[in-house]
Design a protein around this ligand. Structure first.
Ligand code: FES
Length: 168
């Protein structure tokens, strides 16, 4: 099904274009706008971006596929991204991943059945001095342990449940 930016997102897209020398150079922020609007970059969303920027859908798909920050499939409400690069791994990131897999009942790369959590491993989040680092949506959680992550997951699960309970 064809998708299009909302009027508000389209306005933001036009503002973005003013900061770049050519339309095509604005591909990354435009993909970001598309992900924000549609939740992930479906083939239709990428086609819309291609139309807007006068690029081929294959080119847009190639760029989107290169960056892990762009999701090619729907993600859970909370995207839990564990950095498993060297500094984080040296101080226990792998243990945190295993612990999250057990708690959530999914493997890395999967989303829970209730669509609340998606679990990913990612490359360096640029905060090696406070390893291990986990990013949940836009927030960083630094110097984490399996225990602190389990508390955070419990808290996020509670928030998701009350948000989905009418009148809560
Ligand atoms: S290695 Fe994890 S933040 Fe850099």
């Amino acid at each position: 099904m064809a998708v299009r930016f909302s009027a508000e997102t389209h306005k933001r897209f036009e503002e973005v274009l003013t900061r770049y020398p050519t339309k095509q150079a604005a591909i990354l922020p435009t993909l970001w706008l598309a992900q924000t609007e549609f939740g992930y970059l479906s083939p239709d969303a990428m086609e819309h971006v291609a139309d807007l920027l006068d690029l081929s859908p294959a080119y847009v798909q190639g760029v989107a596929t290169f960056y892990t920050m762009f999701y090619k499939e729907p993600m859970g409400q909370c995207h839990v991204q564990v950095c498993t690069n060297l500094s984080c791994t040296l101080v226990g990131a792998e243990k945190i991943v295993r612990c999250l897999e057990d708690r959530l009942g999914v493997k890395v790369g999967q989303t829970t059945g209730d669509k609340v959590f998606s679990l990913s491993e990612v490359e360096c989040l640029g905060s090696c001095g406070t390893a291990p680092v986990i990013q949940v949506n836009d927030d960083y959680h630094e110097k984490q342990t399996p225990e602190s992550m389990l508390s955070l997951i419990d808290e996020l699960a509670k928030q998701a449940e009350s948000a989905s309970t009418p009148g809560a």
